[in-house]
Design a binder for this molecule. Structure first.
Ligand code: ATP
Ligand code: MG
Length: 287
C-alpha cells in the first residue's frame, strides 16, 4: 500500500488549488527507483497495476454474484477542459472486463433529466453490485458549471454541497467505494492542449468553440472547484487532487489511488457451492 492517498487527499477547508503545482509529482519514488526515464517507468508501473486491478475487478464481480454483496467501486473524474479525463480512463482501466464496468459521461442534462432532481441521473449511472464504475464528470458539475454560469439561483446550488454529502454517505454505507479525483492542470497546459486540438484535423472533433468561453472563466472555476473539494471531501468519500500537467504522473497516481482503494476492499472469490473434486471425477468418468 502506498502513502499517496495521504499526500493527495483534500483536508476539508484547507486546500487551495493555487498552492498545488500542476507540474509537481508528489509521492513519486526517488530517482534510484524511477531511473532517468520517468515516462517509461510510469508505463511499466501502470501496466503492472492494471494486472492487479483486473484481478481485483474479477474478484469483486465474482463476490457479488448471486446477491453476495453490494460492493461497488466508482472512480469520479472531474477536470477543466483538456484535463485528461479520457486519457486517464483509457490508461487505468486498460484490460478490465467491459462486462464488469459501467462508464458514464455527464453532459448538459437533457429534457427528461431536467424534470428531475440533479441526483436522479447520477443514481441511475451508479455501478451495480460487483461492478467498477467510471464517471466522466459527475454531480459536481451541478456546483461547478451551474454555479459559474448561474444556471440556477444561488439558493439552489448552495444547498447542493450538503445534498451531495448526504447522498455519498448513504451510498458508501451501502457498499459503494468512491475514488473522487480532480485532475489539476494549469492554464498554460490547457492552452497547449487546446492548440494541439486545433492544429491536428484528426482532433477537431474534440474541440468545442465554447471551450474558450469557459477558459475565460478560469478563476471562477478554480474558486468553484475549491469550494466543492473543501466542502465535499469527507471521511467516507474523500477528494484527491492529482497534479495533471504531466500525463505520465497523472496515470501513475490515479492507478495507484484506485489500486489502494481495492486493496482496502480486498474482494475474495466466493466459496463454490459444489464439490469441485466430485465434479471433476464425474466429468472424467462421463463421455
Ligand atoms: P473533453 O474534455 O474531451 O472536451 P468533455 O467532458 O468536456 O470532454 P463535452 O461533451 O465536451 O465533454 O462537454 C460536456 C459539457 O457538459 C461540459 O461543458 C460540462 O460542464 C457540461 N455539463 C455537465 N453536467 C452539466 C450540468 N449538470 N449542467 C450543465 N452543464 C453540464
Ligand atoms: Mg469539452
Amino acid at each position: 500500500m502506498s502513502g499517496l492517498r495521504e499526500l493527495l487527499m483534500v483536508r476539508p477547508g484547507g486546500t487551495r488549488l493555487a498552492d498545488i503545482d500542476p507540474r509537481s509529482t508528489p509521492g513519486l519514488p526517488g530517482k534510484r527507483v524511477v531511473g532517468g526515464d520517468p515516462k517509461r517507468w510510469s508505463q511499466t508501473q501502470v501496466a503492472e497495476m492494471s494486472e492487479e486491478l483486473n484481478t481485483y475487478q474479477e474478484r469483486l464481480f465474482a463476490s457479488a454474484k448471486e446477491g453476495g454483496t453490494n460492493r461497488r467501486v466508482l472512480l469520479v473524474l472531474q477536470a477543466m477542459d483538456c484535463g485528461g479525463k479520457d486519457g486517464t480512463v483509457r490508461n487505468v482501466t486498460q484490460g478490465m472486463s467491459p462486462a464488469g464496468m459501467k462508464a458514464v459521461s455527464f453532459g448538459p442534462p437533457d429534457e427528461q433529466e431536467r424534470r428531475h432532481d440533479f441526483l436522479w441521473r447520477i443514481r441511475r449511472g451508479l455501478p451495480p453490485a460487483g461492478h467498477v464504475g467510471v464517471f466522466n464528470r459527475s454531480h459536481y458539475e451541478d456546483v461547478l458549471i451551474v454555479r459559474v454560469h448561474n444556471l440556477t439561483s444561488e439558493d439552489v446550488w448552495a444547498q447542493r454541497y450538503e445534498q451531495i454529502n448526504a447522498f455519498e454517505a448513504e451510498e458508501t454505507a451501502d457498499g459503494l467505494t468512491m475514488v473522487k479525483v480532480m485532475l489539476h492542470i494549469s492554464k498554460e497546459e490547457q492552452k497547449k492542449r487546446l492548440l494541439a486540438r486545433l492544429d491536428d484535423p484528426s482532433k477537431h472533433w474534440k474541440y468545442n468553440p465554447g471551450d474558450l468561453a469557459e477558459r475565460a472563466r478560469w478563476e471562477d472555476y478554480q474558486r468553484a472547484y475549491e469550494d466543492a473539494l473543501n466542502r465535499c471531501s469527507t471521511t467516507a468519500a474523500p477528494w484527491y487532487v492529482v497534479p495533471a500537467d504531466r500525463k505520465w504522473y497523472r496515470n501513475w497516481a490515479v492507478a495507484t489511488l484506485l489500486r489502494d482503494a481495492f486493496a482496502d476492499i480486498n474482494p475474495q472469490y466466493p466459496e463454490p457451492d459444489f464439490d469441485a473434486a466430485a465434479e471433476r471425477a464425474k466429468l472424467l468418468a462421463a463421455e
